[in-house]
Structures are given as structure tokens and as C-alpha cells.
Design a protein around this ligand. Structure first.
Ligand code: HEM
Length: 489
């Protein structure tokens, strides 16, 4: 059995009340900045998470960074990070710019909404992400995984190196859409009009605007911003068609409420429902369709791409995972639901990848009112950067933290190294913990099981280092994989 991550109930428990503040932000260390702009010049939009983590190694678990005049408290102490995540939405919220920038594109959905608007949406959306519900879509996940296998089998026959990240993004859009909306978009086979490319542009644009010190795009029409605006329009058109089709289908039957099965159907039913408190506006329905596509796509695709990276660079790990897949799957090439739950070492590889290469290495928050983090007073409006990946790289929580050691996640692993699964925060924590966690882990188990049974994974080009790139979610840049078919596959 693999050790499990903290449960939702676990993390919803109230965090400790902060101690009486003894220090202010001005008392804390931090990188030296320039007058007026502070540390802004060090924040490269593609790699800013690495800069924060570098500062963490120099200044410790609590330090201050200034973006312009704005102070940001960076926190890497595990207990304090969990406490901050826990005290949402009352005391802390996501950085307000995330909501502002999302509002401009009509996309204030579950990720960017806050306060009561967030509560209402979360209550509605939570049940559709329960493992049981996700599993009822298992046959479509298998079908989509079969398409991915065909694509990579062809690449293996042509001896072509693949940009696996692009393939995996299309794959995870198809899976998310199938589970959340009951629609298989088949973008993996070149389906609707490069939807995934538009989503990618939206992602990059959001990242750029959220980090921008000023809303320059309101006054300047830079080419990248025009491309972002066009992508938003294209995605909106696509989603409105999806919503209209689902509404037409729902209205077709007399048993409408009983038929609401998917997130999209539930949202449409709630839009017209009798309880005014639960009603969703058209804008909220649109925003949440987009949120799910964005949130489900990059995060899972990046995680899967990093898993392939580790399989390719660690033949010992690949051999052990393959032996397990052969044993559990027997002659099958794609795991059944029951088999995917028995892939314990594969699951350990996934958790170890999430620990070292989390798609969200830091979470960007803000204090709603004057409060404290540990013994540090935090004024209303100050930013709080929760360095969640740094927490998972601390030797007191995970021994030998920089090494990729999947076996640490196996039950019965020797207790020689510290191992604190509750400090693995790749899915966040507290009431806003990622609702897509079960779906993502199931996708990883099925995809990796399929890969191990069908192919041997090789890094295509050992001379080009794979780098981390932040594009709202953190991704491997320059990763190319070569697949060779296994005998009989
Ligand atoms: C390996 C894959 C994934 C990772 C690493 C990941 C990570 C995260 C993280 C770190 C957060 C912020 C949590 C917090 O603030 O405490 C989050 C939120 C969220 N995720 Fe995921 N996620 C993944 C997959 C998915 C999938 C597949 C979906 C849905 C299809 C999804 C939907 C969401 C949504 C809607 C939120 C916002 C929740 C809220 O604010 O209440 N995620 N995710």
C-alpha cells in the first residue's frame, strides 16, 4: 500500500490561532531591491518560482520581497504554510490581481473567485469531483488513453522524438472535458480547432498579467496581448457552444434534474434552480467550464511529462515500475480501474514527482485584514507567498530531500529517513485544496500504466538540459521523449 496524502477532512480542520505578533515585516530579512521598484527586476515571468526558492535558501523560512512598493511575505515553514492555507477564505484570499485579471476576461470561476462567491461555487462543484463520480467516467478515460497510445506507437515506429508535453495537454483536455462535461473533444486527434493552443495562450497571458506591476494592457496593445485577447474570444465561442448543446440536451427530457450527471449539467440545472442562493449566473457557468479546462489541463499534463522525464532518466525506476505493471496488468495494455489502484510503485513515482516538480510550486495569496503569520504581523493587503514546493524539500519533512526516491512513499519503507506526507502540498491545502486531485491521480495511474506496458521510455536528447518554465503552471521546457515498442506491444 502506498502512504496516502492528507485527506480533505484533515486539511479542513482549523489551523492554530496565530501567536501574538512580535515582529513586523520590516524586521524580516529579504533580497535587496531598488528604490520604488523593489525586487521587480528579479521576477522573470518564466522562472520567478526559482528566484523565490533561491531567496528561501539564502534568507530562511520567512522573508520579505518587495514588488514595487508592495511587500510580499514569503513563507516556507510547513506548519505556517498549512495554517495560512487553512485560514481561507476569511483571513487570506488568492492574490486579488488573479480575480481582477480573470474578471476582465469573464472568467471568475472556482479558482479565482473568493469569499461567498467561492463558497457557493465550491459547494456545487465538490460532489462532481468525488472519486466515485470520476470513476464512473473510467471507460472514456481508457478510450482516450488508447488514442494516446496509438499516437506514441506511431512515433515509435517512425523513430521520432515526441514533444510529449503537447500530446499530454491535448490528452488531459480530452479527459477533463469527458469527466466534467460528458464531452469527448478528441483534440488528441486534431479535434475542435486547436482549442488546446488557445488555452495555452490564455494561460500564458494570465501568467504575464498577474505578475505585471501595472495593467499596461489597458493602454498598450502589445502583440502578445492581442494574441491573448483573440484566444479568449475563441475559447469563449467554443465554450458557449458546449453550454448551449448541453442545455438543449437537458431540456429534451422530462426528468431533467435526475439526469444532471456531469459538472456542466449540474451547473446548468443550478442556473435555473429554485434555490436563489445556489443559482449560478451564465457568467459563472462559462467561467467554471473554462476554469476546469485550464486547471485540469496544464497541471496534469506537466506532472505526466515530468514522470516520463524521471522514467527516461532513471532506468532503475523504470525497470521496477515496469516489473510492477507487467505483474498487475498481465496481458492487458491499459489498466482497469481495479488494476490502476494496485499500481503502488507507480503511484509512489507520481507522488515523488509531485513533491519535486509540483505544477504549482508556490501559491499566491493576500491578507484580507490585519493578521499574523506565526509571530509576524501582516497588514491587510500584504501579499503572502506560500512556498509549497520548498516545504516538500525540507530535510526535516523528507529525508535526503533533493533525491528522487519513490520508495519513500511505499508503506513499510524503512523509517530511517523523515517522511511527513502531510507536508506534501502539491495540491495545496485547507478548504481550497485542489478538487481535481482524485481525477489527476487516476489519470496518472492509467497513463503511466499504459506507457510502461507498451513502451520503453528514453530521453531523446541528453545534451539539452530540461528546464523548469513557469507558464501559470510549472512545466518541463525542452523535454523530448523517444519511445521504443516493447516486445509484443
Ligand atoms: C496533477 C494535477 C494537479 C495539480 C498538481 C493541481 C494543483 C492545484 C493546486 C496547488 C491548487 C490550489 C490549491 C490551494 O489553493 O490550496 C489547485 C486548485 C484547483 N484545481 Fe487543481 N491540480 C491538478 C489537477 C486538477 C484537475 C484535473 C482539475 C479539474 C479538472 C483541477 C481543478 C482545480 C480547481 C477548480 C482548483 C481551484 C479550487 C478552489 O480554489 O477552491 N485541478 N490545484
Amino acid at each position: 500500500m502506498t502512504a496516502t496524502l492528507p485527506t480533505m477532512d484533515d486539511s479542513i480542520r482549523r489551523g492554530a490561532e496565530p501567536a501574538r505578533p512580535r515582529r513586523t515585516l520590516a524586521d524580516l530579512p529579504g533580497p535587496r531591491g531598488l528604490p520604488v521598484i523593489g525586487n521587480l527586476l528579479s521576477i522573470h515571468p518564466d522562472r520567478w518560482h526559482l528566484e523565490f526558492e533561491r531567496w528561501w535558501r539564502v534568507h530562511g523560512d520567512l522573508f520579505v520581497v518587495r514588488l514595487g512598493r508592495r511587500p510580499i511575505l514569503a513563507v516556507a515553514d510547513g506548519e505556517l504554510v498549512r495554517d495560512v492555507l487553512q485560514r481561507r477564505p476569511a483571513v487570506f484570499r488568492r492574490m486579488r490581481t488573479i480575480e481582477d485579471v480573470s474578471r476582465e476576461a469573464d472568467m471568475v470561476g472556482l479558482f479565482s473567485a473568493d469569499g461567498d462567491a467561492w463558497r457557493k461555487q465550491r459547494q456545487l462543484i465538490n460532489p462532481t469531483f468525488h472519486a466515485r463520480h470520476v470513476e464512473s467516467f473510467f471507460p472514456s478515460i481508457c478510450e482516450i488513453t488508447g488514442r494516446l497510445r496509438d499516437l506514441w506507437a506511431q512515433a515509435a515506429d517512425e523513430r521520432a522524438a515526441r514533444d510529449v508535453l503537447g500530446d499530454l495537454m491535448r490528452y488531459s483536455v480530452d479527459v477533463t472535458s469527458s469527466v466534467a462535461f460528458g464531452r469527448d473533444l478528441n483534440s488528441l486527434a486534431g479535434g475542435p480547432d486547436a482549442l488546446q493552443e488557445h488555452l495555452q495562450r490564455v494561460f500564458l497571458g494570465l501568467n504575464r498579467r498577474i505578475l505585471a506591476p501595472l495593467p499596461y494592457w489597458r493602454y498598450l496593445g502589445l502583440p502578445a496581448d492581442r494574441a491573448y485577447d483573440r484566444a479568449v474570444v475563441a475559447v469563449k465561442r467554443f465554450i458557449l457552444e458546449l453550454v448551449t448543446a448541453a442545455r438543449r440536451e437537458l431540456e429534451g427530457g422530462a426528468d431533467r434534474p435526475a439526469r444532471a450527471r456531469t459538472l456542466l449539467e449540474l451547473m446548468i440545472a443550478a442556473r435555473d434552480g429554485e434555490d436563489p442562493k445556489a443559482r449560478l449566473s451564465d457568467a459563472e457557468v462559462y467561467a467554471n467550464v473554462l476554469t476546469m479546462l485550464l486547471a485540469g489541463e496544464d497541471t496534469t499534463a506537466n506532472t505526466l511529462a515530468w514522470i516520463l522525464y524521471y522514467l527516461g532518466s532513471r532506468p532503475d525506476v523504470q525497470a521496477r515500475a515496469r516489473e510492477e505493471a507487467d505483474r498487475v496488468l498481465g496481458g492487458a495494455l491499459i489498466p482497469t480501474l481495479e488494476q490502476s489502484k494496485r499500481l503502488e510503485y507507480t503511484s509512489a513515482v507520481t507522488h515523488e514527482t509531485l513533491r519535486l516538480r509540483s505544477a504549482a510550486p508556490l501559491l499566491y495569496l493576500e491578507a484580507n485584514h490585519d493578521t499574523a503569520v506565526g509571530d509576524v504581523a501582516v497588514p491587510a493587503g500584504a501579499g503572502v507567498m506560500a512556498l509549497t514546493r520548498a516545504v516538500g524539500r525540507k530535510p526535516e519533512y523528507f529525508g535526503d530531500p533533493e533525491s528522487f526516491r519513490p520508495e519513500r512513499w511505499l508503506a513499510g519503507a524503512p523509517a530511517t529517513l523523515p517522511h511527513e506526507p502531510r507536508m506534501a502540498l502539491a495540491f495545496g491545502g485547507g478548504p481550497r485544496v485542489c478538487p481535481g486531485r482524485s481525477m489527476a491521480l487516476l489519470e496518472c495511474a492509467v497513463t503511466v500504466g499504459m506507457v510502461l506496458r507498451s513502451f520503453t521510455v528514453h530521453l531523446a536528447d541528453h545534451t539539452a538540459p530540461v528546464r523548469e518554465r513557469m507558464a501559470f503552471a510549472m512545466q518541463p521546457e525542452g523535454l523530448r521523449i523517444r519511445f521504443t515498442r516493447r516486445g509484443g506491444a
